[in-house]
Each structure stands twice: as C-alpha cells, then as structure tokens.
Ligand binder design. Structure first.
Ligand code: 13P
Length: 341
C-alpha cells in the first residue's frame, strides 16, 4: 500500500507528540560522545540509539517520528532487530537526513549553501525501500552585522525547494529546515534582528516551494524560533513565543501540515517553555510541535554515560524530556512538573 504524503505528515505532527532528531552525522555524534568521554565507534552509536528507540513510555506516547542518519537506518539492535523496526513497533515514523551538509558558498565569504541534490532521486528511492517515510534537509543561515546576504538566502531556499519536490515525487514527506543560527558572529544580535532575518528567509523559502510545486499539506516546516543571539540579553519566554508566532503567521500558509521546531542550542527547559507558551497563548492555524535534537537528548546522553548498566536511567531521562515536550506541544507544560519528576 502506498501511504499518502498527507497522512504521513499528519502523523508526524499528531497532537501531543513530536519528532526526535537523532540524525547527528558521524562528526557531530563524536562531539556529543566527547562530552561523556566515550569513543565514537559503530557499536557505541548503535547502543546509544537503541537505548533511545526502546525508551518507554517516550517512544509510544510522545514521539511521532525519528530522524536518522544513513548509518543508523541500516543498523540492527543488539538482538538483530533493525533499528527502523524498533521505531515502527513503537508507532513512530522513521525518517532520514538526506543533505550532505553546509559547504562554503562560492563568492559569499562566511556563508554556506547546503549540498546533496546530485543523485538525491536515487538515494530517496533506496531510503524508501529501507523504510524511511520522511526526510530532512537543513539550510543554515548566520547572522552578523552584514550577513546574511540575499544571495545566500536565495541559494539555500532554492536547494530546500528542489529537495522537497524530489522527496514528494518519491512518496517521502520533506521536513524543510531553514535554520537561522543563534550563535553567528558575534552572536549578540537582538530578537528583532532575528525576526527580520527569519521573516526574509521564510518569504524566500515559501516563494521557492511554490515555484517548485511542492504540496504544502505534504510537508513539515522545521524553523528556528525568533530569539536573540546566544551572547545577547535573554528575551522573556513570552516575547520569544509572541514574536515567533507573529513571524510564522505572517509567512507560513495555513495549508502547511505542521511546524516542528529545532532547539538550536537553547537549554532543555527553555526549548520546552517556549513551545508551551506558543501553544497555550495562541490560536494557531497549524499543529506546532518539536523536532529537537539536543533539547531531547542532552539529559539522556549524560545519564547513560556510555555504560550498559545505565540504560534504564538514560531511558528515564529521555522519557521525562519527551513527556515535558509532549505537554508543551498542547500548551500544558508547567515549570513545577520538572521538579516533580
Ligand atoms: P537541535 O534541536 O539540537 O537544534 O537539532 C535539531 C536538528 O535536527 C538540527 O538540524
């Protein structure tokens, strides 16, 4: 049976659930493992991800989908079950990161364009066979005094749209992720500067998606929140929620199946608080949930620490964050729930 893009997309943003971004490339997962003093081997990467994908009640109650890296999509759990099957058995949708990373953009010093379009049609066909039903591509935009340029915004928006069209042709739901980094140089930009750049980027992305004939009800947008730079004064939870929703409402057509935010270096609790405030205060035209990497995994990684005797502790830490974010996705998170755990 061929599943409809719209049904897959709806499942990815089902009420009270969100996406686990576990698609760290080999370089990125090594950096994460370095923080717990663990050598990044193929088995260690498998053990870590198997721990997450077997975590209950997180997986069956709060996780709608998991973004995987190529290696993980092909890996088997310790008992020989494909990891993809663990995800499916929990009722979640397996997904795959398909971009090949942000590379320097010729003629635009300090800016990047995400590569990976060549051969993508063939790779998508294989990923579909391996069980992936959605994909992710991340374009990266940095803020500084004179960046981003129109050229870099255009190049990234164009690549995102071509990727999204190829996914839909293959029966795969594209997650379209134009990320405006919180850390840029010097990383002290204001929330209003982030608003201005997010607004320009979303306008460019939706213009390109339209030209590429992408079906909006068969895609999920993964944006950054509108937030001040990492080294700037902290905007309040209410201000982040209000400005983010304003910017999205101004740019994202209501046909889009859903919005699933990245955490982008926010602390676990900030990422949860912001999501909850958006869902609590506003009448939103689309489901708004999470697609967090660091903000879902940091506590679990630390609790696990690379030791088999800590699997249950790691799973509890992951289930807690998944529960908090699941509540935030319906506007029901409260700070007191963090300490009650
Ligand atoms: P973070 O939530 O850690 O930003 O990761 C999400 C992601 O998939 C970035 O591409």
């Amino acid at each position: 049976m061929v599943e409809k893009l719209q049904d897959i997309a709806a499942a990815m943003v089902a009420r009270g659930k969100g996406i686990l971004a576990a698609d760290e490339s080999s370089g990125t997962i090594k950096k994460r493992f370095d923080t717990i003093g663990l050598t990044s081997t193929e088995d260690a990467r498998r053990d870590y991800r198997e721990m997450l994908f077997r975590a209950e009640p997180a997986m069956s109650q709060r996780i709608s989908g998991v973004i995987l890296y190529d290696e993980t999509l092909r890996q088997k759990a310790g008992d020989g079950t494909p990891l993809v099957e663990l995800i499916r058995n929990a009722g979640a949708v397996p997904g795959i990161k398909v971009d090949m990373g942000a590379k320097p953009l010729a003629g635009y010093p300090g800016e990047t364009v995400t590569e990976g379009l060549d051969g993508l049609r063939e790779r998508l066909a294989e990923y579909y066979e391996l069980g992936a039903r959605f994909a992710k591509w991340r374009g990266v935009i940095s803020i500084s005094n004179d960046l981003p340029t129109k050229g870099a915004i255009h190049a990234n928006a164009h690549a995102l749209a071509r990727y999204a069209a190829l996914c839909q042709e293959a029966g795969i739901v594209p997650i379209v992720e134009p990320e405006i980094l919180m850390d840029g140089t010097p990383g002290d930009h204001s929330i209003d500067r982030c608003y201005e750049v997010t607004d320009a980027v979303l306008k460019a992305v939706f213009a390109e998606l339209d030209l590429a004939r992408v079906a909006l009800d068969g895609m999920v947008l993964k944006p950054n929140m509108v937030i001040d730079g990492k080294n700037a004064r902290k905007a309040s939870v209410e201000e982040v929620a209000e400005k983010t929703v304003k910017c999205l409402k101004a740019n994202v057509p209501s046909d889009v199946a859903g919005i699933a935010f990245l955490s982008g270096g926010q602390s676990d609790e900030e990422a949860t608080a912001h999501l909850s405030a958006m869902n609590a205060a506003n009448d939103l035209p689309w489901p708004v949930t999470f697609s967090y990497g660091r903000a879902l995994q940091a506590a679990a990684l630390k609790a696990w620490g690379g030791r088999s005797e800590n699997v249950a502790t790691g799973q509890r830490a992951f289930s807690h964050r998944a529960e908090m974010n699941g509540l935030a996705a319906i506007g029901n998170w409260k700070r007191e729930l963090e300490t009650a755990a």
